[in-house]
Design a protein around this ligand. Sequence first.
Ligand SMILES: C[S@@+](CC[C@H](N)C(=O)[O-])C[C@H]1O[C@@H](n2cnc3c(N)ncnc32)[C@H](O)[C@@H]1O
Length: 259
Amino acid sequence: MVNIINKKNLHKISNKYFSTKHNMGFFPIYEKYLQKFQNKKINILEIGVESGNSLKIWSDYFVNGKIVGLDIAKINVKIKNTEIFCGNQSDEKILKKILNKYKKFDIIIDDGSHINKDVIKTFSFLFPFLSKSGLYFIEDIQTSYMPNWGGDGVNFNNKKTTMNFIRSLADRMHYQDFDDPFYKRNIFDGKIGFIHIYKNICIIERKNNYYESGICYKNSWYLGLKKNRKNFNLFKIRDLKYYLVYFFRKVLVKLWSGN
Ligand SMILES: C[S@@+](CC[C@H](N)C(=O)[O-])C[C@H]1O[C@@H](n2cnc3c(N)ncnc32)[C@H](O)[C@@H]1O
């Protein structure tokens, strides 16, 4: 049975418990995105439990929700509708154990180690298990600039940082329009609805998004050919010329960026 309650105010509930999310000013942002889920039967996973305060807030707010916490430390706290697992967020075994039981999550919050490598690895593993229109929150993305967390405050193009990873997701939202015959698709392509970045926190929506922009294919040799493959002929000077230009550009970019 689904309990229908009057709208609960996340701000009020959050005042009952102390969560670090308070000081960071995250609750108004959470409220904006979470309101629509409030009375729904949803699964929520939060990585990083500490004393369990944020889980208590979710438990009060989502009366029909199943709340799951994961922390590297053993946490002994009992919360209504909540199960807490002990393990490292970058250990696939514990993530698989959770997924075996809960299958999919509508909301995932990463408030764990904030180590850039962990954040990227956890997102990459869990993203396919986010429900359609589900939301993935990454807190404390400022560690992207802090060497102690594996961040880089000097080279913003460093591929190992959370911010650079998030920026690459923004690129991949437009994969259909990449003018690159050598591009290889990955699991995020066509699967992201939006990426909203606020100070210190980022929200990524999972949504099928395979829309192709007509402007691009009409103005690009390669994208135009993709639309009309039968015209492609490497023995024609025109196609061979373009192909070689793309090839050398790709080689140069690789050499230049060292990737
Ligand atoms: C900022 S606290 C979480 C606060 C809580 N979400 C709240 O809002 O009240 C971070 C927690 O992440 C846990 N943690 C640190 N590294 C972790 C890892 N690799 N895997 C899982 N949890 C981790 C810590 O033990 C700590 O309890």
